[in-house]
Design a protein around this ligand. Structure first.
Ligand code: G
Ligand code: MN
Length: 240
């Protein structure tokens, strides 16, 4: 797997797929999440499947950088038909170990001609971040540059509430495994209601991940989640 990844990076077979994030009330596309994909022959593998090897080989940052570059390059194309569009980017937790690379993101964004206001950085909650205090400072700096920050997979990690308490963020993305069976599972519904209401009381916007069908979309709307994402609205794909 390591070899596959090394070769893919060297041969430029890293792609940035886009998945729509819609406004639950209007149904309009508010943003796209940029998702890293590795092309291997005819198959396309999600970058997160390479997360562990990438981190072990020290290629995580290079992967992040390449996905970033390609995602930013898509912006010029989609903004023509969708002027208010935002792009959500994922960062591997290990990217935060190189604080200078993260601090360089506003410059990277500007130099590619994308307004910083249109960029949201997702930091995952699934794995521990290196140093909460330092991450907090970098987030402040990013937000001072008009880049927004989302807490990804909220509820999946061991420190969800710590991150929510200590980090100044803009969006909470509710972990997909709380959404996927929400139609059948009353407990998921209760958790999502409370996460949503807590986030709103904190002045944050919410995004439901993994909305896969119409009934789920209706429940999310009833609960009052702001935005939603998932196969019901669109699969990750290259822009047309
Ligand atoms: O951790 P994060 O939320 O960034 O993970 C996104 C991944 O989830 C992507 O690789 C994407 O392909 C996958 N995904 C996106 N929408 C759905 C969905 O509706 N259902 C499922 N099962 N997976 C999804
Ligand atoms: Mn994400």
């Amino acid at each position: 797997q390591g070899d596959i990844l090394r070769r893919a990076v060297r041969e430029g077979r890293i792609e940035a797929f886009l998945q729509p994030i819609v406004n639950v009330q209007t149904g309009g596309v508010m943003a796209y999440e940029v998702l890293g994909r590795i092309r291997d022959g005819d198959s396309v593998v999600p970058a997160e499947e390479f997360a562990e090897v990438a981190e072990d080989l020290g290629l995580a940052q290079e992967l992040d950088r390449e996905v970033f570059r390609r995602g930013l390059a898509h912006y010029a194309l989609i903004v023509k038909s969708q002027p208010e569009i935002k792009l959500f980017f994922n960062l591997f937790p290990s990217s935060f170990k190189d604080i200078e690379w993260v601090r360089g993101i506003p410059e990277l964004v500007r130099s590619s001609g994308v307004p910083c206001e249109c960029v949201v950085l997702e930091i995952t909650e699934r794995e521990a971040l290196p140093n909460l205090t330092q991450v907090g400072l970098v987030i402040e700096e990013l937000r001072a540059n008009n880049i927004s920050v989302a807490l990804d997979d909220f509820g999946s990690g061991f420190s969800s509430f710590m991150y929510l308490k200590y980090l100044a963020i803009d969006y909470v993305k509710i972990e997909g495994s709380f959404i996927r069976q929400i139609v059948a599972d009353e407990r998921d519904r209760i958790m999502v209601e409370h996460i949503n209401s807590m986030a709103h009381q904190f002045g944050l916007k919410t995004v439901a991940e993994f909305v896969e069908d119409e009934v789920t979309a209706k429940i999310i709307a009833e609960i009052g989640v702001d935005y939603a994402q998932g196969y019901y609205y669109g699969h990750p794909a290259l822009p047309k």
